[in-house]
Write a new protein. Structure first.
Length: 196
């Protein structure tokens, strides 16, 4: 994917605020601090367009990143962060559910899981939810530079078994540090949005 232009299009909390161009969209979902912002910055080769934060739970809106004036990457709020109040978490849940279930241009979802640990109950719930709605899914194991190479096969097995990964969905290792998986993630995105 050759990146010619990138812009933070807008932030939204409800469908009244979604972009109106109807470009294809790919959503990124994952636990707080799993590396969504780092993955976006690595994909688009910009240091700080998506703001990475040491404080989990920072993304509290749906953030639409306009790529090449042709499609959007959509960063959804991270889930599973304990310091966000129950009420706030319920609001995030509603916001994410509304987006994933009603958004026509949505062509697929990247679910990010931390490659250093087995998927959490929240990861499993998110995967089951997306799978239930038949959204094409790429499960991305992040932070793989921190996992010894000889444990990668075991890491993949644990993730696929814990999520009960469907044969129709795909799996990819990723590292924002080494750029491992960048080309493969782009390839998957291009297939979903039919730009190639």
């Amino acid at each position: 994917m050759k990146i010619t232009s990138v812009a933070m299009n807008l932030s939204a909390v409800s469908k009244q605020q979604y972009p109106t161009q109807n470009w294809p969209e790919i959503a990124l979902a994952g636990r707080s601090n799993v590396g969504k912002s780092s993955l976006i910055n690595t994909l688009i080769q910009r240091k700080n367009l998506a703001r990475t934060s040491q404080t989990p739970g920072k993304t509290q809106t749906l953030n639409f990143y306009e790529i090449n004036q042709a499609f959007n990457l959509v960063d959804v709020p991270g889930y599973g962060y304990a310091k966000v109040s129950q009420k706030r978490r319920a609001a995030f849940g509603q916001m994410i559910e509304e987006y994933l279930t009603t958004r026509q241009p949505l062509q697929g979802v990247l679910i990010l899981v931390d490659g250093r640990h087995p998927p959490t109950a929240d990861d499993v719930s998110m995967y089951q939810f997306v799978h239930y709605y038949h959204l094409p899914t790429l499960v991305v194991a992040t932070k793989m530079d921190k996992v010894k190479k000889n444990r990668w096969q075991q890491t993949q097995q644990v993730i696929e078994q814990t999520l009960t990964l469907s044969p129709v969905d795909q799996f990819q290792f990723f590292s924002a540090v080494t750029k491992l998986g960048r080309a493969e993630v782009w390839q998957w995105i291009e297939q979903q949005i039919h730009l190639n």
